[in-house]
Design a binder for this molecule. Structure first.
Ligand code: PLP
Length: 401
């Protein structure tokens, strides 16, 4: 069968594939310590589930407006206003089947062949492929651990060309958990102010999963005057443990929202009416206690995972400020020999070795555009973190020069 060139050249999401492989091995009866999973291991809070059940019982099972039910738009608007003190109207809001779909639609709605999208490494695996499939050109900026995996204003400035359409910033970041402080955001804002035609996508899907005191620093708070350049993407997947409900949203300039909604009217009509009711309940703070409690649990797991990884000779990681991932530096393992006689030459070799030798599933940094690293999700139990890290330690110790 003939498949379009754009789709043929697209990769399947490596994180989805890695999670699938771990699931397959578990189904075969192997014990796998799975650190690939990019979703909360908590169940959706009961009151959110109840809101969905009530919606079903009330017959709220029909198409909704393309830009979402008024109850959801109100909840999005109020949550955004509470957080950023910026007033938005319905004309600034779009809703979709997950943040992923919203990001895809935004790129599809705006990119023409050759338009450039600036993406700092390490990036969420989907951005470059989403840009490619929509005929754009990803412009990758390499960051380093020394700069805490954050793009600098100077790097941003150097990467801008007359073809730049978007800059994508994912804060807190998947896969590093890094968060930009106000000074760093202020420096980026200074560059962006000089380029009013460039749109900034703030992928804030991990907003709320943040381990420091006080509000998460945001470009919207530091430079509210940039609001007509900013497309803010969020959703309920991560914060409220609702990955399967598929509900995300975007807030941004009116012409962009109009274009995305037009696309949505032809692509999906609207996201699930039931999920919309559930998301409205979540955003209305029906169970904000859940967010506080889950963040406290993630914090403990983060501390445990970082402490364990950083005691393994040959591996190290920075302490993330948000999200639920650590990005483990495995440079020191390059060139080592495995007990089976193989030589470790890449982070993919490390990931394969850990899976085969230790039954530990992780994802290679190559998928995120920055090697040699691997990503571990700590959205899993303390027991899995304890035992999984011990297994990694034993496997690393078994490597020889
Ligand atoms: N952005 C980032 C950085 C993510 O890690 C994910 C999910 O893993 C998404 C967006 C999309 O989330 P969802 O489509 O579940 O809202």
């Amino acid at each position: 069968m003939k498949i379009s060139n754009n789709v043929s050249s697209m990769k399947e999401s490596p994180s989805v594939l890695a999670a699938e492989l771990a699931r397959q091995l578990k189904a075969e009866g192997k014990t796998i310590f799975d650190f690939t999973i990019g979703q909360p291991d908590f169940d959706t809070p009961d009151n959110i589930k109840k809101a969905a059940i009530s919606a079903i019982e009330a017959g709220e099972t029909k198409y909704t407006p393309v830009n979402g039910l008024p109850v959801l738009r109100d909840a999005i608007r109020q949550a955004f206003q509470r957080k950023y003190d910026i007033e938005v109207t319905d004309r600034h809001i779009t809703v979709g089947g997950g943040g992923k779909q919203v990001i895809f639609a935004a790129l599809m709605a705006t990119l023409n062949a050759g338009d450039e999208v600036i993406i700092p490494t390490p990036y969420w695996v989907s951005y470059p492929d989403m840009v490619h499939v929509n005929n754009g050109t990803p412009v990758i900026i390499e960051t380093s651990e020394a700069q805490r995996f954050k793009v600098t204003a100077a790097q941003l400035e150097q990467s801008i060309t007359p073809r730049t359409r978007w800059v994508i910033l994912n804060i807190p970041s998947n896969p590093t958990g890094m968060v930009y402080d106000e000074k760093e955001l202020g420096a980026l804002a200074e560059v962006l102010r000089k380029h009013p035609d460039i749109l900034v996508m703030i992928d804030a899907i991990y907003d709320g999963i943040w381990f420091k005191e006080g509000p998460l620093p945001s470009l919207l708070s530091v430079a509210p005057e940039l609001k007509d350049q900013i497309f803010f993407v969020d959703g309920v997947s991560k914060r409220y443990a609702m990955t399967g409900w598929r509900l995300g949203y975007g807030i941004g300039p009116e012409p962009l929202i109009k274009a995305i909604n037009k696309l949505q009217s032809q692509m999906a009509s609207c996201p699930s009416s039931i999920s919309q009711h559930a998301a409205a309940a979540a955003l209305n703070g029906v169970d904000d206690d859940f967010v506080d409690k889950s963040v406290a649990v993630y914090r403990q797991r983060r501390d445990l995972a970082c402490q364990k990884i950083n005691t393994i000779t040959g591996l190290s990681c920075l302490t993330p400020d948000g999200a639920f991932y650590i990005y483990v530096n495995c440079q020191a393992l390059m060139g080592k020999r495995t007990p089976g006689g193989g030589v470790i030459e890449s982070d993919f070799d490390v990931v394969r070795y850990l899976l085969e030798q230790a039954g530990v599933a992780t994802i290679q940094g190559e998928a995120y555009g920055l090697s040699p690293y691997f990503r571990m999700s700590f959205a899993t139990s303390t027991e899995v973190i304890e035992e999984g890290c011990d297994r990694i330690a034993r496997a690393v110790k078994a490597l020889t020069d």
